[in-house]
Design a binder for this molecule. Structure first.
Ligand SMILES: [Zn+2]
Length: 271
């Protein structure tokens, strides 16, 4: 359903079938050129705490955000498990710690929720009638939302900064097949939200009319970004090798920085 879906002002949208709805969110920034915006698919989601979220697919022929100046620069980013990412300029973004802290608290409250469910079952009470269970369920849902919000705030800030300041951002395609074979690694990828992060980079590149591309991760770690030598066989670098020396040209590399430079080079070759 589209056509009759549109922004009325900075605080209201009208949606066919639902009517006029008051909203809060990032649409305010877009409203300066609301006339050029087409509203596509709309998804309404309700979370466990009863809040409603509206996702709108928007289209426009002009960039959503006009920076008014050209940033002539390109950057490669290496997503890894030691830190959140390392870029081709050697900047390292650490994994957000607050997220870990709240996760411990969440696990504790989830166990409490499970205990209350068990007790209600033992006493032959339906969960929906068990006040203690319901109270705990809301508490857990609020914590989960807090975790998701903090993670999103971190991912949004980082992705916006990268896209705003660079014409071209290059990342690796996520190696889902290989990575998922390693369960701990797969968990950690879901944890830090790399997939969500790459999605943000893609749509923000569209917003700012900048470019975001992903490249084949093959050999980005094993190749010397100075001379092109590829480590193989016994020489092959492992996750434990954070620094290494190229046997051909003698350059000392920080593994992730070297990888980010190779990722950038692959992206530039595509353009
Ligand atoms: Zn080399």
């Amino acid at each position: 359903m589209s056509g009759s879906n549109r922004f009325l002002d900075t605080k209201h949208v009208t949606i066919s079938g639902l009517g006029k709805i008051r909203v809060s969110g990032s649409q305010k920034r877009l409203f300066s050129h609301a006339d050029s915006i087409r509203v596509g698919t709309i998804t309404v989601r309700r979370d466990a705490t009863g809040r409603y979220y509206l996702s709108m697919q928007l289209g426009s022929d002009v960039p959503f955000v006009d920076l008014g100046q050209n940033h002539e620069s390109a950057i490669g980013i290496d997503l890894n498990t030691d830190n959140f990412l390392t870029d081709s300029d050697a900047n390292v973004i650490a994994n957000p710690r607050y997220y870990r802290a709240i996760k411990g608290k969440l696990a504790k409250q989830q166990r409490k929720l499970a205990r209350r469910a068990l007790r209600a079952k033992k006493e032959h009470r339906a969960l929906r009638d068990s006040k203690n269970y319901q109270k705990q369920r809301v508490l857990v849902a609020n914590l989960q939302r807090d975790v998701a919000n903090r993670r999103d705030a971190f991912l949004h800030l980082l992705s916006t900064t990268l896209i705003k300041n660079h014409d071209l951002v290059v990342a690796e395609e996520l190696r889902s097949k290989n990575m998922l074979r390693n369960h701990a690694l797969a968990m950690s990828i879901a944890d830090v939200g790399w997939r969500r992060f790459l999605g943000m980079l893609a749509y923000k590149a569209d917003l700012y009319a900048h470019k975001f591309v992903t490249v084949d991760p093959r050999n980005t770690t094993q190749t010397c970004s100075d001379c092109g030598f590829v480590m193989s066989g016994d020489q092959k670098l492992t996750l434990a090798d954070r620094e290494w020396t190229c046997p051909q040209c003698g350059t000392i590399h920080i593994r992730d920085h070297n990888a980010a430079r190779n990722i950038l080079a692959k992206g530039l070759a595509l353009n």
